[in-house]
Design a protein around this ligand. Sequence first.
Ligand code: COA
Length: 246
Amino acid sequence: MAGLTRPGAGDCHVWWAPVRPSVASMVQLLDDQERTRLARMSRPADRNRFSTAHCLLRILAARYLQESAEHLVIVRSCGQCGGPHGKPRVRARHGRALEVSLSHTADRVVVAVGDAATGVDIERVRPLKNLDRIAAATLSAAETRQLYRVPAAERAETLLAHWTRKEAVLKSVGCGLVVAPRDLVVSGPGEPPQVVMWPEEVPRGPIRLRMLSSPLGAGYVGAAALAGSGDIALWERDGAEIMEQL
Ligand SMILES: CC(C)(COP(=O)(O)OP(=O)(O)OC[C@H]1O[C@@H](n2cnc3c(N)ncnc32)[C@H](O)[C@@H]1OP(=O)(O)O)[C@@H](O)C(=O)NCCC(=O)NCCS
């Protein structure tokens, strides 16, 4: 399989793919820990999302590192309980590594690959029945004021966009929702995406944030974060063809 050129300084490659049925050739590509997690999922939709995302991650990592998929180790070690879940870290032979992040929602998955610590998050745009409750749990006071200035019909998408900005940042630093999302303040709709205020417990550093454009069609919002300062070049691609090889 042809290799891929690794992201250069300030580059973040984001690969989108539609969720596929979890067929035997996909399950075979997973490692033991991933298969154990898959076996615990009872709903086909969850199994399909999980298999698609983790196979896409493995195939891409193999191509970026020009290594066979069997020689790659994807390590996940939860910062809270030490269990085999959390931020994925790709290791290949001779100490080579790749900075990655993944997200799945509805019938889409994304994998981000950066030259530095990266985080990606996507959400399907949908009506939120509990919008007020979700806003209260996730937004700071300033973000909440911004949300309610937006026309009611646009609030769900605005809230989801806010949410993906926060999750992308929290995933890039590897802590996920252990941190209360309302303590990480991000810029609002219509403003360049950026972190406005960090929670005290998060190791802060310069970070670049960009919204995704969902090249596989409308109806999704997403954001990617990349550690470092300066410009970020976001490069979004359709990964469906890569998955068709399975
Ligand atoms: C990371 C998190 C925000 C993602 O939530 P989500 O929107 O439901 O799911 P997404 O599809 O966008 O992302 C899931 C992926 O994020 C990655 N991820 C999980 N935890 C992560 C972390 N701490 N940092 C970075 N990435 C993480 C994984 O690749 C995960 O995929 P997988 O579950 O298939 O392995 C959420 O799952 C979380 O915060 N988890 C950590 C909470 C925690 O540590 N609890 C203690 C457990 S003992």
